[in-house]
Write a protein that binds this ligand. Structure first.
Ligand SMILES: Cc1cc2nc3c(=O)[nH]c(=O)nc-3n(C[C@H](O)[C@H](O)[C@H](O)COP(=O)(O)OP(=O)(O)OC[C@H]3O[C@@H](n4cnc5c(N)ncnc54)[C@H](O)[C@@H]3O)c2cc1C
Length: 382
């Protein structure tokens, strides 16, 4: 799947991460936010916010194999909050707009998102609707050529900085997964407010917000795709979200294992480097082997996606596997660092906190297990 062109892309991303991101992440973690409006134009200029999107809108027109490289290299960012925020812009908030949006809507919102001039968020989760997306309540009622929106959204990444949201709302009374729509929601709309900025266990450099909507009017023309098909469109968008999360996880796990091996080469305990102790070596070798399986599995999903195949099964299995592997890797690497690993100043303690999210966000492990059971044709609860 990869050629010399992918190697060049990899080197370019590595360079920008080392120059524009990694030197600043400690400061951003401390601040609980990173400056998206300063970083995005730099990434946009390099084409990194729209690798797969139409060249006519400023996108790269590249195929999905380039997103695999992007994800793996974002995994080298020394704070997962920043890699998550980038992946929200690139592969969580914009795929539906690119796929189903009208030319006018794409011109107005996708072009500036690709250029890095606008920050966007995906707004699905609500206080009473997380794993069960079909129970969401935020509602848009049609009034002439406008939607009038009321409700709230919770845990929204980039939520305090976003210029627009890819908002999933109810647009009819059908209930369940019927009658939802995706709407491009500009955050300068009167009646919208960030009700809370949330403090978190990990991913601290990423801002996460609770959002409130009170009689917010947006044009019906801002509807992405077909009104009433929002749930189905969002489910397709979730596949992109899960795939990039797994590519990033591979980069993060590889980095964690590399850095741990480096530390254990020098740390002498009982007269020899820890890396020479058989138990340590074998435990790490097990994790390296599992990482290799995940990486190759990711590549097989990416190849399927390139062929136009349905990747729901693969993305689900990979997301479940990646979340669980990341937790074991973080725990093992921290353990082998001893007291040093427990110190706030050490990179591994941050990775330990950050990595926990992968088994919760974008569909918890149990939701992945439920999907595997469902797709296997087993009887499941409603
Ligand atoms: C840092 C962070 C960033 C986020 N960013 C965004 C964002 O940008 N946009 C957005 O829309 N959302 C975002 N989310 C929300 C995230 O996707 C949800 O937290 C996630 O889907 C789980 O929903 P919930 O938190 O409501 O948990 P709940 O639905 O309350 O579930 C709680 C737990 O119950 C278990 N569970 C759930 N279903 C089942 C089942 N069927 N069987 C057995 N056990 C089950 C799981 O262990 C789950 O973790 C973010 C969350 C976090 C923490």
């Amino acid at each position: 799947m990869f050629t010399a062109e992918h190697d060049d892309l990899r080197a370019m991303i590595r360079d920008v991460v080392d120059r524009e991101i990694n030197p600043f992440v400690d400061e951003w973690e401390e601040a609980g936010i990173f400056p998206a409006h300063e970083l995005w134009p730099k990434l946009g200029k390099l084409g990194l916010l729209g690798l797969e999107y139409e060249p006519g809108l400023g996108g790269g027109g590249a195929d999905h194999s380039h997103t695999v490289v992007l994800g793996e290299e974002l995994g080298r960012i020394a704070a997962a909050g920043v890699s998550m925020a980038i992946s929200v812009q690139v592969d969580m908030a914009t795929p539906s707009l690119a796929r189903y949006g009208t030319p006018e809507l794409k011109e107005r919102y996708l072009r500036p998102a690709i250029a890095g001039e606008q920050v966007c968020s995906i707004a699905v989760t609500e206080p009473d609707a997380g794993s069960d997306v079909a129970s969401l309540r935020t509602r848009a009622v049609r009034d002439g050529d406008d939607w009038v929106i009321n409700g709230s959204k919770l845990y929204i990444t980039n939520g305090t900085q976003a210029d627009w949201l890819c908002l999933l709302v109810r647009t009819s009374d059908e209930g369940g997964y019927r009658g939802m729509s995706q709407i491009v929601f500009p955050t300068d709309t009167p009646g919208f407010r960030v009700s809370r900025s949330l403090r978190k266990l990990g991913n601290r450099s990423s801002d996460t917000a609770e959002l409130a909507f009170e009689d917010c009017r947006v044009p019906v023309a801002n509807t992405i795709g077909e009104a009433g098909r929002g749930f189905q469109q969002q489910m397709a968008q979730f596949q992109n979200e899960r795939m990039i999360a797994c590519y990033i996880a591979v980069g993060q796990i590889q980095t964690a294992l590399d850095r741990t091996v480096e530390y254990l080469r020098d740390r002498v305990v009982f007269g020899r480097p820890l890396l020479e102790h058989q138990h340590v070596q074998m435990r790490l070798a097990e994790l390296v082997a599992e990482l290799d399986l995940l990486r190759q599995y990711n590549y097989s999903i990416a190849e399927g996606y390139l062929r136009g195949a349905d990747t729901s099964w693969g993305a689900t299995v990979a997301k479940l596997t990646a979340g669980r592997l990341a937790r074991r890797v973080a725990d093992t690497c921290l353990q082998f660092h001893g007291g040093m690993g427990y110190m706030e100043e050490t990179w591994i303690s941050r990775y330990f906190r950050d990595s926990r999210l992968l088994s919760i966000g974008g569909g918890a492990d149990e939701v992945m297990l439920r999907t595997v059971a469902k797709m296997s044709g087993w009887p499941t609860s409603p």
